[in-house]
Design a binder for this molecule. Sequence first.
Ligand SMILES: [Zn+2]
Length: 249
Amino acid sequence: MQTIEVGLLKDLILTIAGKGTEAIVDVLEKEKSVNEFKIAEKLKLTINQTRNILYKLSNQNIVSFTRKKDEKKGWYIYFWTLNIQKALERLLHFKKKELYDIEHQIKSKENKHFYICPSDNLEFTDETAINHDFICPECGQLLQLATFDKKIQELSGRIEKVKKELAVVEEELVRIRAEKLKQLEKELLKKKQQKARQRKKARAQKAKTMPKLKKKKIKQRKKVRQRKKAKKAKKAKKVKIKKGKRKKK
Ligand SMILES: [Zn+2]
């Protein structure tokens, strides 16, 4: 995974499972599946704390587990896997929401103003400024009208950042999905080839036993045909005789 992706996934896990849990990405990212005791050790947490984090993440399909029975102790050991695709999809969802929220904030700040004290930078709403006769209650300076332009600029900067992050996540998802499709095609081709091989084998087997069977079948068919022919001939003869009798009358 790219560093930027690891960082984004850490943000995601922080949002879902809370502060101090994001290091789990570093542990899970390196291996296909990791023993939960090893995860606890790496995170320097108790096994129960570790499981709590993992359950929270598995509720969102970001991680999944397989279990193996420990033959000596007789209990199950859980191995956890990071579902990178699902995690990125969740991330995409969060980032889209973030984008929407920022855009909403900008809209609500446009065409609005507030008051500010030029000496100590205190901010006041319309109402409080009027209540204080536009005089700063802290220092007595006259308040000045201010707009949210600076804040809007800052928010616009954040929009650019989130859009870039979205592009990274989307690109990676496209790559992962294409890879999955390729894998699927490969498996399908393999199955097809296997079936073709099986058919070939079956045909070869048939060809081996065929000569005897075929001869027998051909003989049987010939007999049936002969019998049918004989029957037909007999019928024709009967009809002829009948016709002959009629003529006599
Ligand atoms: Zn002031």
